[in-house]
Design a binder for this molecule. Structure first.
Ligand SMILES: Nc1nc2c(ncn2[C@@H]2O[C@H](COP(=O)(O)OP(=O)(O)OP(=O)(O)O)[C@@H](O)[C@H]2O)c(=O)[nH]1
Length: 271
């Protein structure tokens, strides 16, 4: 079983704990008590494969953010949450994303942009279009509006993130294999096997093995396999998904949740 570490990031009060608890336990918590750090586990099945998720619900308010660097380092995928009722929370996300990219030292970190509290239509200050715009600026990071209250798009954001991690892993393995093949090929090319005038021929042969030229494209996301990359682009369309009562049918086997790490108090009280 694969073990994936997901990290939920965002300003204080945007609904990180509520989204996490809704996903893990299927309950909505409606009182607010700032989180220091909570860890949850959930087993899910995606595409007939079982994944064990460790979800870290992090502190939004400044006093408790000292550990941020550490958990960003260990996280494999990130849920970046703002509230559609709080402009400041979207601004804070810009810095958080920068921090993630800097610490991971990569621009292809699995992440999802989430505008939560979409049910609060009268208090909304950030439009869907604005969310889509941010997602485009971030390189078409998948974007969802959610409501932890209505359990809308809750499963979807977690499943999307896990799929991104799987894709990333597959791409890394493919690149590694290609490198190994290329190295193996170079090793096998002993000078004695070359014809006296074989300069041209050698180049041709090695090009056919050097996958970065033939099979791979160099993009802003680094090397990626053309076919997979297309698929990834498809999936990365700024997929605004309007809130709806959702029950992702591919999610949710053997949901086990436990609050592992200490928390000042429960971030929300269970109804
Ligand atoms: N209407 C509505 N309220 C929500 C939603 N999600 C969370 N809330 C409320 O917003 C408040 C804060 O929610 P939390 O989940 O504790 O927020 P948080 O981001 O974990 O906050 P920190 O722990 O300080 O980082 C609570 O009163 C929730 O009930 C939602 O989707 N809709």
């Amino acid at each position: 079983m694969r073990d994936y570490k997901l990290v939920v990031l965002g300003a204080g009060g945007v609904g990180k704990s509520c989204l996490t608890v809704q996903f893990v336990q299927g309950v909505y918590l409606d009182t607010y008590d700032p989180t220091i750090e909570d860890s949850y586990r959930k087993t899910i099945e995606i595409d007939n494969k079982v994944f064990d998720l460790e979800i870290l619900d992090t502190a939004g308010i400044a006093q408790f953010t000292a550990m941020r660097e550490l958990y960003i380092k260990s996280g494999m995928g990130f849920l970046l949450v703002y509230s559609v009722t709080d402009r400041q929370s979207l601004e804070e996300l810009m810095e958080l994303r920068e921090q993630v990219l800097r610490i991971k030292d990569s621009d292809r970190v699995p992440m999802v942009l989430i505008g939560n509290k979409a049910d609060l239509t009268n208090e909304r200050v950030i439009s869907v279009e604005e969310g889509i715009e941010v997602s485009s600026k971030w390189g078409r990071v998948p974007f969802y509006e959610t409501s932890a209250l209505l359990r809308s798009n809750v499963d979807e954001v977690f499943v999307d993130l896990v799929r991104q991690i799987i894709r990333n892993e597959m791409e890394s393995v493919a690149i590694k294999d290609a490198r190994n093949q290329s190295q193996q090929f170079n090793k096998n090319q002993s000078p004695s096997s070359k014809l006296p005038n074989s300069g041209k021929q050698d180049t041709k042969q090695s090009n056919s093995i050097q996958l970065p030229k033939g099979l791979y494209n160099k993009s802003s996301h680094g090397l990626s396999k053309v076919k997979q990359s297309k698929q990834a682009d498809e999936n990365r369309k700024p997929s605004h998904s309007a809130p709806k009562s959702s029950n992702a049918d591919k999610v949710g086997t053997a949901a086990t949740s436990q609050q592992q790490k200490k928390k000042k108090k429960g971030s929300c009280s269970i109804l």
